[in-house]
Design a protein around this ligand. Sequence first.
Ligand code: SF4
Ligand code: SF4
Length: 204
Amino acid sequence: MDAQTCLKKLGYVGVLAFATVDREGNPQVRNISAIHYEEDAIYFFTARGKDFCRELLDTGKVQVLGYTMYKEMIRLTGKVEPAPEEEQDKWRDLIFEEQPYLANVYPGNTRSIGIIFRIRDMTIEYFHLGVNPIFRETYTVGNGRAVPKGYRITDACISCGKCVGLCPQRAIEKGSPSIIRQEHCLHCGNCYENCPVSAIERRS
Ligand code: SF4
Ligand code: SF4
């Protein structure tokens, strides 16, 4: 798996959930399919009058979520900005070409109320629940940043092995100290809650 394959898979999913935060600090989620994919960015269309547009401009942040038929969760977190003015028409027309239904929603020149946003710097979290053990990995595009999440075992571990038996994904290898195979960890916290010497800590 890699970032480009994740972007391709999001393209196959088609309709993605876009999360923003409004001016009252409340979460807002919309389904968006007017999206075009490039290797170094994704572009999407909305209308300038929508609250969604205002939230994107206010915060400059967005999170995008897709779920494939194979039980893969792909979450993209990124900075969002309007595409450069001189590129607006090009990306808008391309998205309308790729998504013919849009001409029904915005017929003729009414599409000019649209604005194209782009996401270039992104962090992509891939989480596959359809394999055993589960598999997860984080990728970046542009200046996206991978922030460690989940749990780690510290040197306070006494190698008792209790967490090994409690892990639903067999993600812990007994040792001195024991270690968590991060690519198979659910982030459920069962090891963290049950370690007799509190040797497990959150990574963020
Ligand atoms: S339960 Fe705690 S002390 Fe025991 S092996 Fe796991 S991390 Fe180490
Ligand atoms: S957080 Fe859950 S899945 Fe991850 S190592 Fe601990 S028990 Fe296993």
